[in-house]
Design a binder for this molecule. Structure first.
Ligand SMILES: NC(=O)c1ccc[n+]([C@@H]2O[C@H](COP(=O)([O-])OP(=O)(O)OC[C@H]3O[C@@H](n4cnc5c(N)ncnc54)[C@H](O)[C@@H]3O)[C@@H](O)[C@H]2O)c1
Length: 354
């Protein structure tokens, strides 16, 4: 897949057995030395082949925690690269999911005002969604993604085999974003999503490759029209206004994509309260979404904390609270006039159902 970005055109390649192939898969990248940022848990699963892949090159292992995506941790990442002798001709290679991507992308976009960067996404979410689209994000205190840049990798290498070792919560988190993109697409793709969800064990689904490609195509169609997120791309925040607030209010114990699934269900209840969406569709989507967040304890989350984080949402531009609302499959809009009273009332009703 070729991605046309206003920053640079870059390529996403699907490669099988990337670790067995070794660093020769990077031979297309014209750069000096390679420096690696690798997800620590991934390293534990694939230590031997990753060690062989990295060889004597510099490697920093980073735990995939939202705290490590914080601006306070940035100094450590710059320091590690600078002290290891990184020059402008060298290349940062990241193996990991969305957290490693977000922090590496930010470092890559700012160190020496921009360095070469390769991303190997190893979670379902990163492979199907975050790897393209140019966004890099850093959390500010306990609010999500308030700091960031637009800076795509020079090359993305996807090996679907990595997802075999993903814990269930991380896998389902990726399914959350996949669902979101298909609800923002069209009836044909929505039918494809239903096929995928109906296919039993989703990890073994014969539709997995097709659904990842479909998700990337939907995302591409949005951001190639509005890469810098000033218009239509805002709609991809469906599920995120509530979802980000839930992640923060739960102390990041709820994984990102799972919070987005809960956020879509919540947004649908707001839309239903405003008679914008058909009740049968809300119920159909609830049946689809609910199994993905069995473990969230909503008693631990107060409407006040949700509202206080929603007030800090970066998509908010006026006095009202903001939320992307779905009216029908492929038909969403940005509501900017939500009141605290409406959020609190729907939250109380919604909590009883969950
Ligand atoms: N930049 C973007 O466009 C964008 C888009 C969506 C989400 N995000 C961000 O992505 C983050 C979520 O990313 P994620 O869902 O990929 O989660 P993650 O990066 O937190 O990884 C989830 C878990 O899986 C582990 N892991 C990674 N690869 C593995 C593998 N192959 N086998 C076993 N374990 C593995 C990690 O160590 C971690 O414990 C959030 O911070 C979210 O804000 C960014």
């Amino acid at each position: 897949m070729n991605i046309v970005s206003k920053i640079k055109t870059y390529e996403l390649k699907v490669v099988q057995q990337i670790l067995a192939l070794g660093p020769s898969v990077l031979s297309g990248m014209k750069c000096g030395r390679r420096f690696y940022f690798i997800d620590r848990q991934l390293w534990e699963f694939y230590e031997r082949p990753l060690k062989q892949f990295v060889g004597d090159d510099f490697c920093l292992l980073i735990e995939a925690l939202e705290e490590n995506k914080s601006y306070l941790k940035l100094a450590g990442y710059y320091k590690a690269l600078i002290e290891a002798g990184f020059t402008r001709n060298d290349c940062l290679v990241t193996f990991g999911g969305g957290i490693l991507q977000d922090l590496s992308g930010f470092v890559a976009s700012t160190l020496y005002r921009g360095i070469k960067w390769v991303f190997v996404p190893t979670t379902l979410l990163a492979q199907a969604d975050s790897c393209i689209g140019s966004k890099t994000s850093i959390n500010f205190e306990d609010s999500k993604n308030l700091i960031g840049t637009f800076y795509p990798p020079d090359l993305i290498l996807v090996d679907l085999d990595f997802t075999r070792t993903l814990p269930d919560a991380a896998f389902n988190s990726g399914v959350g974003e996949i669902i979101k993109f298909h609800l923002l697409s069209d009836e044909r793709r929505y039918a494809r999503l239903k096929n995928f969800l109906a296919s039993g064990d989703l990890r073994q689904s014969p539709h997995i490759r097709e659904i990842i490609t479909s998700t990337l195509e939907i995302k591409k169609s949005y951001f190639e029209q509005d890469e810098f997120d000033t218009g239509i791309r805002n709609l991809l925040n469906y599920g995120h206004c509530f979802g980000h607030a839930l992640e923060s209010a739960s102390g990041f114990s709820v994984p990102h994509g799972i919070a987005v699934i809960a956020g879509m269900g919540f947004a649908n209840r707001i839309a239903l309260g405003r008679a914008l969406i058909n009740e049968a569709l809300v119920r159909e989507l609830e049946l689809m979404l609910r199994p993905f967040y069995p473990a969230i304890d909503f008693d631990e989350v107060t409407p006040e904390s949700i509202i206080s984080y929603m007030k800090k949402d970066k998509k908010r531009t006026g006095p009202g609270l903001t939320m992307i609302l779905l009216k029908d499959i492929g038909d969403a809009f940005k509501a900017q006039d939500l009141s605290e009273e409406e959020i609190g009332r729907v939250f109380d009703q919604w909590k009883k159902k969950n």
